[in-house]
Design a protein around this ligand. Structure first.
Ligand code: ZN
Length: 77
C-alpha cells in the first residue's frame, strides 16, 4: 500500500479465502492493490489472470476504491 495505515485493510477474493487472486483495500486512502499468491497457485499467469479477474476489480471500484498497483509475485512474509 502507499500509506502506512493498517487499520482499515480488508481482503477480497473472487471466491474463497484460498483464491490465488487477492485484493487488499485500504479504507483510509480508498485504494486497492491486487496480489497473486503463487503459493496458492504456482501456475498462475499474472497478465492472463489479471484480465480474468477484472470483474473483481469492477466490484471493488464500485465500492469506491482506486487501484494503485499490481503485485504479481507475492509470497507471505
Ligand atoms: Zn492507505
Amino acid at each position: 500500500m502507499d500509506c502506512s495505515s493498517s487499520g482499515q485493510i480488508e481482503h477480497w477474493t473472487l471466491d474463497d479465502a484460498k483464491s490465488a487472486i487477492q485484493i487488499e483495500t485500504c479504507g483510509d486512502c480508498t485504494t486497492y492493490i491486487k496480489t497473486f499468491r503463487l503459493d496458492y497457485d504456482p501456475e498462475l499467469e499474472a497478465v492472463a489472470d489479471d484480465l480474468g479477474s477484472l470483474s473483481l476489480d469492477a466490484a471493488i471500484e464500485t465500492e469506491g476504491f482506486k487501484r494503485v498497483g499490481l503485485n504479481p509475485f507475492s509470497f507471505p512474509v
